[in-house]
Design a protein around this ligand. Structure first.
Ligand code: NDP
Length: 295
């Protein structure tokens, strides 16, 4: 059997088109959604993420505000920047790029963002709202995974879902979202006993671990839907000396022989994260102006 490849890139493209249409509609009502991204320091990966977010924001017709601050920025100065953005009515979404330099308490900074502008969904109030089924800003990567699952499977009700990984940014919110869809959810982590046996029960597997190809095909229940969140860079000597390539947490070649559907890496979950960030910003702008939210 060969799995359906879930093309996250194409799905994200359609989502971004819908966002752009909604933005165009908002503009006729005098509202231009604005996303502010704050980057502290010069981490090269973070710089690329921030640049890509800015490009996508502008491509959707929204305003993008980039705030680059030096690595030695104090926590107080960063908190003051967040306050400035909280008070700015042109800014509907605020994203502070993580990781922050070690001398800054990232929890304190995230919780200083006004919850209604917290488009990353990391603020304690949004986490609590999600956990209690109230309207929340939902963390972008898990939200993207959920939209893709719904698009492929329709109703998720009653399905066995196993989320591997319990981080605050992926694993836990993913599990909450799946619970909200009436899945029977298991969260696995590094202390889980018989992980293979746990994963074999799953109709839906979401792998968010950060270990290259750790989930082999023989852990996958035939026909299961597999969402691979992992982004791992490994050596690729076949491409030349010192070259690398990106793989997920799932061994794609063997898993795609067994699964019913699977996301590739790259081109699966990755593109959905930015699309959901834009969607969250539009939602925040609609809520700020009391306008109908996109579906
Ligand atoms: P974290 O390192 O914060 O969490 C990893 C989780 O995996 C932990 O809960 C850990 O368990 C668990 N884990 C580690 N080893 C094992 C093991 N051997 N068996 C079972 N569970 C294990 O990672 P993130 O959640 O931040 O990210 C996960 C992956 O997703 C990374 O590859 C990251 O790059 C990628 N990612 C991709 C995004 C995208 O846009 N596509 C966005 C965000 C992340 P424990 O808690 O017990 O330590």
């Amino acid at each position: 059997m060969s799995a359906t490849i879930l093309n996250g890139k194409a799905f994200a493209g359609r989502l971004q088109e819908r966002v752009a249409e909604h933005v165009a509609g908002l503009k006729t009502q005098g509202v231009v959604p604005g996303l502010a991204v704050v980057l502290v320091g010069e981490d090269p990966a973070s710089e690329i993420y921030v640049r890509n977010k800015g490009i996508a924001t502008k491509a959707a017709g929204m305003n993008s505000y980039e705030h680059k601050m030096p690595a030695e920025t104090s926590e107080a100065d960063l908190l003051a920047k967040v306050e400035e953005l909280n008070a700015d009515p042109a800014v509907h979404g605020i994203l502070v790029q993580l990781p922050l330099p070690k001398h800054i308490d990232d929890t304190k900074v995230i919780n200083a963002i006004r919850p209604e502008k917290d488009v990353d969904g990391f603020h304690i109030l949004n986490v609590g709202r999600l956990a209690t089924g109230q309207a929340a800003m939902v963390s972008c990567t898990p939200l993207g995974c959920l939209l893709l699952l719904r698009d492929h499977l329709g109703s998720l009700s009653g399905l066995e879902a196993v989320v591997i990984g319990r981080s605050n940014i992926v694993g836990k919110p993913m599990a909450q979202l799946l619970l909200g869809e009436s899945c029977t959810v298991t969260i696995a982590h590094s202390r889980t006993k018989d992980l293979a046996g746990v994963v074999r029960r799953a109709d839906i597997v979401v792998a968010a671990v950060g270990r290259p190809e750790m989930v082999p095909g023989d852990w996958i229940k035939p026909g299961a839907t597999v969402i691979d969140v992992g982004i791992n860079r490994i050596p690729a000597p076949e491409k030349g000396e010192g070259k690398t390539r990106i793989v997920g947490d799932v061994a794609f070649d063997s898993a795609s022989q067994v699964a019913g559907a699977i996301t590739p890496v790259p081109g699966g979950v990755g593109p959905l994260t930015i699309a959901c960030l834009l969607a969250n910003t539009v939602t925040a702008a609609c809520r700020a102006h009391g306008l109908p939210e996109p579906e």
